[in-house]
Design a protein around this ligand. Structure first.
Ligand SMILES: [Zn+2]
Ligand SMILES: [Zn+2]
Length: 391
């Protein structure tokens, strides 16, 4: 029916009325835009189908927005429809658009669809490779690192794309930062080229953060062989080097109710719950998220009753990560010597979930954590606390 109307050039309003018979939508770009903004992907794709029937062209920015929404909501069915539309109506696509489709499939968790895009792209650039590698490493984060590495290998073997040393550093960083240090080491050993001092230094620092001093020392030896200038007394002692940016922002301190003091090599950092102002903020949160996966494997169940906000489970777990004592401990792990205890002073009482979390963290990273809260000292060591859970 719609088709015959169109071929006889019926006025667009008449066609819209026809289309609305089996859909609550009229099929306008305004509908598409507002559904996209609201994140209603299913409905937006329904409107996209209507627009196609009505032969109303949809421009590239709208497609790109839809792709992002499909990825963010992990809507694979809708992603495939958007992909088909884009190919049909926007061809020939530029490599940047293919990269977005690739990213959408990877976000949706479909490595097969992503690889098929990757395989059939007329052209690939560095972003293509970056997108692929970043997401495959992230997929590994979900517990399937072997598969991720397999794709990584086949990408370089079968598709003839040779990753740069910087790419390898990133993969090592991503595998290692979630605590899979042995896998990161295996990955380095399988590299098709001689690993650089950067690679070993990256793994060395991760080993120190995660408490694997044996492997950390081995990496330190390799760094020293490759580039003796990188190794000094501090790094020999197992210190992760501070970033220059860390020192410049040192003066920015906030005086707010609930803060922690952490002394690191005579520098004092203050933390509030939910603090994101620290210059090493990204690293701190990445470490806490990485630790969370290992903690759950070790039996940790986040006690979200300690979070008062009315948010979903994932949001609550995220809120617990942001408790100031955890931020302080994470920063301590990143910036103190591998074998030294970490001291944190908190001016409120430590909450029950942090208490459980810190016990497990002390075991995972093999470090002594000493927290002085408003009431007493807690010495966390090897999975236990000196207060025997009475405080
Ligand atoms: Zn807490
Ligand atoms: Zn305790």
């Amino acid at each position: 029916m719609v088709g015959s109307h169109l071929s006889s050039n019926a006025n667009p309003d008449g066609v819209s009325a026809e289309a609305s018979n089996d859909s609550p939508y009229r099929g306008t770009l305004e509908e598409l835009d507002s559904l996209c903004v609201e994140g209603k992907v299913k409905e937006a794709v329904e409107v996209l189908n209507l627009l196609e029937k009505l032969r109303i062209p949809v421009d590239l920015p709208r497609y790109l927005l839809l792709m992002r929404q499909c990825g963010e909501t992990k809507s694979l069915t809708e992603a495939k429809i958007v992909h088909r539309h884009a190919i049909q109506h926007l061809s020939p696509l530029k490599v940047s658009s293919y990269n977005k489709i690739l990213e959408m499939y990877l976000e949706c968790g479909s490595v097969d669809d992503a690889l098929s895009i990757f395989n059939n792209m007329p052209e690939r650039n560095l972003t293509t490779w970056d997108t692929m590698i970043t997401h495959l490493a992230k997929n590994g984060m979900l517990g399937d690192i072997d598969e991720g590495m397999l794709h990584f290998e086949s990408m370089s073997k079968d598709y003839g794309i040779v990753p740069s040393m910087a790419h390898f550093v990133r993969v090592v960083d991503m595998i290692g930062s979630i605590g899979h240090l042995d896998e990161a080491f295996e990955f380095i050993e399988k590299m098709p080229m001689e690993p650089s001092a950067d690679i070993w230094e990256t793994l060395m620092n991760l080993c120190r953060v995660h408490g694997n001093t044996g492997l950390g020392d081995r990496c330190a030896e390799l760094v020293e062989q490759l580039d003796p200038s990188r190794v000094n007394d501090q790094s020999k002692a197992g210190l992760v080097p501070p970033k220059a940016s860390d020192l410049t922002k040192e003066g920015e301190k906030k005086k707010l109710a609930s803060k922690n003091l952490l002394e690191v090599r005579s520098r004092v950092h203050e933390y509030r719950a939910g603090d994101t102002s620290h210059p090493e903020n990204d690293k701190i949160y990445a470490l806490l998220r990485g630790l969370k996966a290992q903690m759950k494997e070790a039996g940790y169940i986040p006690e979200t009753k300690f979070v008062l906000h009315d948010i979903d489970q994932e949001g609550k777990e995220e809120a617990l990560l942001a408790h100031s004592e955890r931020l302080a401990v994470a920063y301590g792990l990143l910036s103190s010597s591998a074998r030294s205890p970490i001291r944190v002073i908190k001016n409120l009482r430590v909450c029950g979930d942090c208490h459980t979390a810190l016990k497990i963290i002390s075991k995972l990273v093999g470090r002594e954590l000493i927290i002085r809260d408003a009431k007493r000292f807690h010495h966390f060591k090897d999975g236990l606390c000196s207060c025997r859970d009475y405080w």
